[in-house]
Design a protein around this ligand. Structure first.
Ligand code: GLC
Length: 485
């Protein structure tokens, strides 16, 4: 047997047995990032030691998984938990009969999108999209202004398509934590990412949008209110019926999954006919109650302190694209303070796209673009090839941790759902543009849930297509006479 085949067999045995039985140290080693290779071995060792708290071993990740499972249970039972575990009231996934023309709104990032989608027999026949920029004043000002702006955009879109006189059902993808009362109503719990509008306490966001649309005499009815993870799950299930989990790995990070209705305590609607329902976990807030403090590093403290919403969405700040660039910056600054890196990057000069770039060049064995980005970010010509390798290593360590933490969540869900096979629908800029993240996630999920078959698939535009499909599902249920969720 060749050495390669022998190695492959060893890994397979470990995957089946977890670390039990084989060689625990070998299993633990599979979680380590690729070592830093520098000619100056002493410098490399010191840097590795300085970053060691960002490197999570298999047993720590198992512990995170156990805490996650406990928080899931508590959240579903409406006991104190850092996980919202929100009932989305979406009980069915696409079955290929979705029909009709719908509008979809996608709010969550700095761009707001209005879409028109036409579905026939579950297939997308026609799609029109328009993007609108949401400026700081709108993202941080009164909520009423934001929602009036959204309605203005819908009006502008319909006029641009000569459709302002038509009647539409609308799916509103509102990618923030909500307390949902039905499939078409819910209140914002807290803003996240780069939004922080005032005056939204206790306000039903679907009703507010409806009011703003009606004030413009538009014949548009908000039929579903959903999160981007739900849209991703629905869009994924449209492609593959085995999809049971939806994940966003973009500016923010979150997941949803199909849970047995009987395990969910929060119901404000009759649901005796519902078997499974989509739960929006809001895992970005995982650890906000301190249950994950054992993971936190000084670098995370700095990212949090400089964030818009301090001391909230702890887990998202370890993973989300909004934060990985800051994490890279603060980690390099710490190395600079210790004399292990020659310059201090200027704040917000390194973005998450740089983390991807550094990883991409590292995979290709190159440094030129890393070096010029670093020189610009640090405003210094003193950086060398070895320094570029250090920055690539930091990018790798933080990417590895992000991949591990998302993988813990997904592997915990796979165990919880306990189906023979689950496809995981994923969307988001980090997943799509980071050169290694998908590969790392495949590896870590397999290591953490060795007895469960899964695959990761890209489900693009859950916030648009998934929203229209969900509106079509709601319409289908209504025509079947299913009690309105
Ligand atoms: C934030 C939001 C969540 C959303 C995620 C991804 O975590 O709170 O609702 O799903 O970002 O956009």
């Amino acid at each position: 047997m060749s050495a390669a085949v022998e190695n492959q067999r060893t890994v397979e045995i470990e995957l089946v047995n977890g670390h039990g039985g084989v060689d625990p140290r070998k299993w633990e080693d599979l979680f380590l990032p690729t070592p830093l290779k520098l000619e100056n071995r002493l410098r490399a060792q010191k840097i590795e030691a300085r970053l060691s708290k960002l490197m999570l071993c298999g047993s720590t990740l198992r512990r995170v998984g156990e805490v996650f499972e406990k928080e899931i249970e508590a959240g579903l039972r409406q006991q104190p938990s850092s996980l919202q575990m929100e009932n989305t009231y979406v009980p069915e996934l696409p079955d290929g009969t979705e029909e009709g023309s719908f509008l979809a709104l996608d709010l969550g990032g700095t761009n707001f999108r209005v879409l028109f989608l036409e579905l026939k027999a579950g297939q997308l026949l026609r799609e029109k999209v328009k993007h609108y920029h949401i400026n700081d004043a709108l993202r941080l000002g009164p909520g009423e202004d934001l929602f009036n702006f959204l309605a203005d955009c819908v009006q502008d879109f319909l006029v641009s398509q000569s459709m302002e006189k038509e009647t539409f059902s609308l799916g509103f993808t509102f990618s923030f934590p909500m307390r949902q009362h039905s499939i078409s109503s819910g209140e914002l719990i807290t803003w996240t990412k780069s939004f922080n509008c005032g005056g939204m306490d206790g306000v039903d966001v679907a009703a507010l949008l409806q009011r703003c649309l009606s004030a413009r005499s538009l014949d548009v009815t908000v039929r579903v209110l959903l999160n981007d993870t739900t849209g991703t799950l629905v869009a994924g299930a449209h492609i593959d019926r085995n999809v049971g989990i939806g994940v966003i790995l973009g500016t923010g990070s979150n997941g949803c999954y199909m849970e047995r209705a009987s395990r969910v305590l929060h119901w404000e609607r009759p649901h005796s006919a519902v078997h499974d329902v989509c739960i929006d976990i809001e895992w970005g807030a995982f650890g906000d109650n301190g249950c994950l403090d054992f993971l936190r590093t000084e670098f995370d403290d700095e990212v949090d302190a400089k964030s818009l919403l301090v001391a909230s969405f702890t887990f998202e700040k370890y993973i989300g694209g909004k934060y990985l660039g800051d994490l890279l910056t603060f980690t390099l600054s710490a190395l600079a303070r210790d004399g292990l890196f020659p310059a201090d990057p200027n704040f917000r000069k390194l973005q998450t796209s740089h983390v991807s770039l550094f990883e991409e060049e590292s995979c290709a064995g190159e440094v030129s673009r890393t070096l010029s980005a670093l020189r610009e970010a640090c405003n210094s010509d003193l950086l060398s090839t070895a320094d570029a390798l250090v920055a690539q290593y930091v990018a790798h360590v933080i990417s590895n941790r992000a991949a591990q933490l998302v993988s813990v969540c997904i592997s915990t869900l796979l165990k919880r759902m306990d189906r023979p096979y689950v496809a995981v629908a994923v969307d988001g800029s980090v997943f799509k543009h980071h050169p290694r993240i998908a590969k790392l996630m495949n590896k870590y999920i397999a290591l953490l849930a060795p007895a469960h078959q899964f695959s990761l698939m890209i489900a693009e535009d859950g916030s648009g297509k998934g929203s229209a499909l969900t509106a079509a599902i709601a319409a289908r249920m209504a025509t079947r006479g299913v009690a309105r969720l």
